[in-house]
Design a protein around this ligand. Structure first.
Ligand SMILES: NC(=O)C1=CN([C@@H]2O[C@H](COP(=O)(O)OP(=O)(O)OC[C@H]3O[C@@H](n4cnc5c(N)ncnc54)[C@H](OP(=O)(O)O)[C@@H]3O)[C@@H](O)[C@H]2O)C=CC1
Ligand SMILES: Nc1nc(=O)c2c([nH]1)NC[C@@H]1CN(c3ccc(C(=O)N[C@@H](CCC(=O)O)C(=O)O)cc3)C=[N+]21
Length: 277
């Protein structure tokens, strides 16, 4: 069983990002990311700090805009202003959003060219149509990890558990583009384990601590655990019961140290892509 090292993958991606930033700066452009934070959620705050830290290291300017308890109108106005600001190349709007506001709604006001976390439904549509678009960084991280681990995807049976617009759905579209045979499971799926046991690759994006056990995993499968569930003692666990699955799986991403750090690196890579225009 291989424990996949997400931090090492993140480091390798960030080296490429640093080189890309240097090129842009030499040509007179300082790549800039706007991070809109409409929540005081603690897990989100951690993610934002980690984006800002990584951005500083690679030379990307990170502008943080705190809008706790904002209204839909205020949020949309801010996203539209950032979309029109030539000094801003990438925009990410953090979730969760205040009650009654959905990311699909406000995401429409992020210009697709700056939509580095794929929040605009237009970006998701373009992704589905096979047109160039930014995918959410987390969904990209799933595929990037599989590719770097040299997991064959063409013709492989890949099972994604979860169908959110941020993770499950775009991850399934990206895997389909790699010619995998993709099954998407969700809360209404009958006999989840019967499906997940077919997966040469299993992607868990549910948001339920340690929900998937040994009975859900095909022997030798590569398991990508996207879940980041806070524990009462301030820790973090995935959607997969890693200890139970270890004797069955071929490889697995740990939580922490798996998909999370790769997500941050890919978000910044997207900013460089956006800044290149
Ligand atoms: N590492 C990272 O970078 C990131 C990690 N995450 C983590 O990934 C996880 C998923 O996030 P997100 O997609 O936003 O979550 P959502 O809550 O939006 O979606 C969860 C999905 O899981 C499905 N689901 C819920 N319960 C079950 C069940 N019992 N059996 C099968 N499917 C079920 C839901 O089905 P239905 O559609 O039917 O309701 C839904 O499609 C969370 O732990 C989140 O913290 C999220 C973003 C980034
Ligand atoms: N629009 C939007 N896009 C997101 O991608 C998004 C979001 N909103 N809102 C919040 C969630 C959460 N999320 C994480 C990313 C990285 C880690 C991460 O790197 N975690 C570390 C550990 C953190 C710790 O130890 O506490 C790791 O997994 O190794 C965690 C969580 C992205 N999210």
């Amino acid at each position: 069983m291989t424990l996949i090292d997400g931090r090492a993958i993140s480091k390798a991606i960030l080296e490429g990002v640093t080189a890309g930033v240097a090129e842009l700066r030499a040509a007179g452009t300082t790549p800039a990311l706007a991070i809109v934070v409409p929540t005081d959620d603690e897990a989100t705050a951690w993610y934002v700090r980690s984006i800002v830290r990584a951005a500083e290291r690679v030379g990307i300017e990170a502008r943080r805009i705190d809008l706790h308890g904002t209204t839909a109108v205020e949020l949309v106005t801010e996203l539209a202003a950032l979309s029109a600001d030539p000094a801003v190349h990438g925009i990410i709007c953090q979730t969760p959003l205040p009650k009654g506001i959905t990311l699909d709604q406000v995401g429409q006001h992020i210009a697709p060219a700056k939509d580095v976390d794929g929040a605009n439904p237009e970006s998701l549509g373009r992704l589905a149509a096979g047109l160039p678009a930014f995918a959410p960084a987390t969904a990209q991280a799933v595929v990037e990890i599989l590719q770097r681990e040299q997991t064959p995807l063409e013709g492989a049976d890949v099972v994604v558990v979860g169908r959110s617009n941020v993770v499950g759905k775009p991850a399934a579209l990206l895997l389909l583009a790699e010619n995998a045979t993709v099954t998407i499971c969700h809360s209404r799926t009958r006999d989840l384990a019967a499906h997940t046991r077919q997966g040469d690759v299993l992607v868990a994006a549910v948001g339920r601590a340690r929900m998937l056990g040994a009975e859900h995993v095909k022997p030798g499968a590569v398991v990508i655990d996207v879940g980041t569930n806070p524990t009462p003692d301030g820790g973090l666990v995935g959607d997969v019961d890693t200890e139970a699955v270890e004797p069955v799986a071929g490889a697995i991403t740990p939580v922490p140290g798996g998909v999370g750090p790769v997500t941050t690196a890919l978000l910044l890579r997207n900013v460089v892509t956006a800044a290149r225009g």
